[in-house]
Design a protein around this ligand. Structure first.
Ligand SMILES: [Fe+2]
Length: 210
């Protein structure tokens, strides 16, 4: 599986294109700003867009969805149901994801981890040794939990789950805040939120995020 990161728009958002070289199956994670740049790349590589994967439903992660669904109303759009209420309009082929589920998009296989906290329906997607962490885990940081629908205690439980991911897995976050990418090994050493969750220090984690 190949991966390309796109830094697009005014908020340091990171969108991702995943594709399988031999079959040209492709998926986009969090199409938001400047979707035409993603489409140009897909076209230039002669890829076939199989689906859109949303880490959560904040506008700066989903505002490029209509660009793709207007061209193909049957394009599957995956999102956890707990974030459906945040969508301004629901795509025709909106499909729920659930913790532990697997999405098959052509030759691509993507696993789902439900990681609520930043939003109730936040998920991380795992594919090809990488974890796409949305606004749950950033390089050296965690997602905001002071927004409507945020839940610091849920974020702690999500970070406990994330702390069990092997060190070699790549971290690809939803924004370029302190860096564009990392590994779980580096984040377990350097990210204080992941360190606190790993050590089971719930009260310290909650004090740090609030
Ligand atoms: Fe967000």
């Amino acid at each position: 599986m190949r991966t390309r990161q796109f830094k697009l728009g005014p908020m340091g958002n990171l969108s991702y294109l995943l594709w399988d070289e031999s079959t040209a199956s492709a998926a986009i994670i969090d199409p938001a700003w400047e979707p035409e740049k993603l489409a140009e790349y897909i076209s230039a590589k002669s890829l076939r867009l199989e689906c859109l994967l949303l880490t959560h439903a904040h506008p700066d992660h989903v505002n490029g969805v209509p660009f793709f669904t207007a061209a193909n109303p049957l394009l599957p759009v995956y999102l956890h149901e707990a974030d459906y209420f945040m969508l301004k309009e629901r795509p025709g082929a909106l499909k729920p994801v659930q913790d532990g589920g697997q999405i098959e998009a052509g030759a691509l296989k993507i696993r789902v981890m439900h990681t609520p906290g930043h939003t109730p329906g936040s998920v991380c997607y795992r594919a090809g040794g990488a974890v796409f962490t949305g606004d749950t885990l950033f390089v050296g940081e965690c997602g905001r939990v002071d927004l409507p629908g945020s839940d610091p205690e849920a974020l702690y439980e999500s970070f406990v789950k994330l702390a069990a991911i092997p060190d070699g897995a790549a971290v690809y976050p939803g924004h370029s805040y302190n860096g564009d990418a990392s590994t779980f090994g580096a984040q377990k050493r350097e990210n204080r939120y992941l360190k606190l969750a790993r050590e089971g220090l719930r009260e310290d984690f909650l004090a740090a995020v609030l």
